[in-house]
Design a protein around this ligand. Structure first.
Ligand code: OAD
Length: 271
């Protein structure tokens, strides 16, 4: 639970009311009081936090990344074996898309939050690297990163290869295909990443689930772990998810609006 010794409830409430006059979206009653003074905060992010940068989510029926293909046609080792060219090109397209966009106010709010609390852990399912580009320092990447490449045969990172025009390119060591360093369905998450994520989730006072459909495990189980260990769980999402009914507070709106609003309501960083 939040260490109440760090919580000056009166001044927080006054600040909250003042800030609400300046900022549009309303925050749920009791939220600021419940999380002010938290010393260990975990934020779990999904594709939704990058929407305002111009990166589509996965599951939006019209424009989502899976709209034209089924995930199992693109994001599995079997799909890669079947059609390595189309899988490589799909990730190359996403890499180009991400290179053209910038982090948004939601990413930046998490950088600021990290600065304000003694222990802040950012866990992301995103492979776009936008948290790091915004300035977040220690990001736990559960699903890898588009910017990295590894050998499909040897499972080692590769940062240079000869461009012969062949797609996918070949590993300079063993001649096997190269693949993006992302986690596909039916693959294990990096063990160290999931261990650190679980540990932080079980130890935190406040757990923020931001812009994720909360459908893909094990990431989707992290807020439940946090809640079971006494954390206040807050969801930031314009839509309902399977997690919504289980959270203590929900901020129904875009992350790029709700996170800066919440930070402002929490007041300035402790001097
Ligand atoms: P999804 O596409 O499943 O969900 C995105 C969520 O973001 C939805 O719940 C939206 O309502 C929400 N959303 C949309 N706009 C938002 C905004 N501006 N602010 C906040 N939320 C917003 O993406 P993920 O939950 O990240 O895995 O998907 C999880 C994993 O499934 C991905 O990492 C990927 C995918 O298959 C792999 O590729 C292994």
């Amino acid at each position: 639970m939040v260490d109440k010794a760090h919580c000056k409830a009166g001044s927080v409430t006054a600040h909250y009311r003042r800030s609400m006059k300046l900022h549009g979206p309303e925050l749920p009653a009791g939220l600021v009081e419940a999380i002010h003074g938290a010393r260990q905060v975990v934020a779990l992010t999904g594709a939704g936090i990058s929407v305002e940068s111009g990166v589509p989510t996965f599951r939006d029926a019209q424009s989502g990344l899976w709209a034209r293909f089924k995930p199992e046609e693109l994001a599995t080792p079997e799909a890669f074996r079947r059609n390595p060219k189309i899988v490589w090109e799909w990730y190359a397209w996403r890499r180009q898309l991400v290179a053209r966009v910038e982090p948004n106010a939601g990413h930046r709010a998490l950088v600021e939050w990290e600065r304000r609390v003694p222990h802040f852990t950012l866990i992301t399912q995103n492979v776009d690297g936008l948290h790091q580009r915004a300035g977040s320092r220690d990001v736990i990447e559960l699903h890898g990163n588009l910017a990295r490449t590894r050998c499909f045969e040897e499972d080692v990172l590769v940062d240079r290869w000869e461009d012969t025009g062949e797609i996918p390119p070949r590993c300079p060591r063993c001649g096997g295909w190269l693949r993006p360093d992302v986690v596909w369905f039916n693959e294990m998450l990096p063990p160290e990443a999931i261990e650190r994520a679980l540990e932080a989730s079980r130890a935190c006072d406040v757990f923020l689930s931001i812009g994720t459909s909360a459908l893909v495990h094990p990431a989707a189980s992290l807020p439940f772990e946090a809640s079971a260990c006494g954390a206040t769980v807050v969801e930031v999402n314009p839509d309902d998810t399977p997690l919504t009914a289980h959270v203590h507070f929900r901020l129904r709106g875009p992350a790029g609006v709700m996170l800066p609003t919440l930070l402002t309501a929490l007041g300035p960083a402790p001097g």
